[in-house]
Design a protein around this ligand. Structure first.
Ligand code: DBV
Length: 258
């Protein structure tokens, strides 16, 4: 079944995965950009393990969808389905450094104690007006629209601040009907707003000078190093698939620019 995924473009096959409509939307929006497969080893395209203790058993599958386009170096979606233990879509779009673009980042996480939702267009060079001004003037109204509908997710580590935009949408929602209703009425439309704006920015982007490209590359490297070092999924993935597989996945696939 799922072992038939040979290419990063092959459909994700996770039974009961709650975030499927979100990934489907992203893929549908990317298709007109003529995506090509992103090279990802078989073990990261599909990985299944069972384990845990008698009182806390798990059956976990992680699949990775990925592509490149003319202006996006790497788009990758890490998809985790482990029944009541976890259901995750982590989607990052990493632009080529020849374009002045932020990253697209979505972290949609369901754990036994609730949902955790992070959505942002994240700058590679935060203090650089050329890199950011045209983004925030267009993203702020969307952020203001949706933050009112969603409870604030609480503080994030200070060291993470340089990597977030002022329009970081961050919320924690309860499991059950109340959370489901907010996911449908606010999280999905907010996600679509961020996604559509991001892909418009991609379409509009024109290439930069090679000096500028060097700055963008060094900003992207810092971002990638931070995300891989601090990946909040490390514990969960290590428990499901083992620490060695997890380290290689984080450094070699999820945040592979280093
Ligand atoms: N997060 C990832 C990847 C995941 C993933 C690759 C494959 O970057 C899942 C899966 N995120 C994930 C899990 C948790 C979080 C938490 C499983 C819960 C960890 C736990 O509680 O055990 C945004 N994600 C978080 C948190 C933040 C983010 C701030 C809370 C961390 C904490 O409480 O310590 N992820 C983080 C971020 C973006 C993002 C900066 C950008 C939008 O994608």
């Amino acid at each position: 079944m799922s072992d038939s995924r040979q290419s990063s473009l092959d459909p994700i096959q996770l039974e009961g995965w709650r975030w499927a409509p979100f990934l489907d939307q992203a893929i549908a929006q990317l298709l007109p950009m003529q995506p090509t497969a992103y090279p990802i080893e078989q073990t990261y395209l599909h990985k299944h393990n069972t384990g845990g203790s008698k009182t806390r058993p798990f059956s976990a599958t992680t699949e990775t969808w990925g592509c490149s386009t003319e202006k996006l170096r790497q788009v990758r979606a890490a998809c985790v389905e482990a029944g009541s233990a976890a259901s995750v879509l982590n989607l990052v779009m990493n632009p080529r450094t020849s374009y002045d673009l932020p990253f697209f980042g979505a972290d949609l996480v369901t754990l036994p104690n609730g949902h955790l939702i992070a959505l942002d267009l994240q700058p590679a060079l935060k203090s650089d007006a050329t890199h950011t001004e045209h983004v925030w003037s267009r993203l702020t109204p969307l952020f203001e629209r949706w933050r009112r509908e969603l409870p604030d997710g609480g503080p994030i580590p200070e060291e993470a601040q340089p990597f977030f935009s002022p329009c970081f949408l961050w919320t924690r929602l309860p499991l059950g009907d109340e959370g489901d209703a907010l996911i449908e009425k606010a999280v999905m439309p907010a996600y679509l707003d961020y996604l559509h704006l991001y892909l418009d920015l991609v379409k509009e982007a024109t290439s930069v000078s090679s000096d500028r490209e060097q700055n963008l590359l060094s900003g992207q490297r810092k971002y990638t190093a931070y995300r891989s070092e601090k990946d909040p999924a490390r514990g969960m993935l290590g428990r499901f698939h083992g620490p060695e597989w997890t380290e290689n996945f984080i450094h070699g696939v999820l945040f592979d620019l280093e």
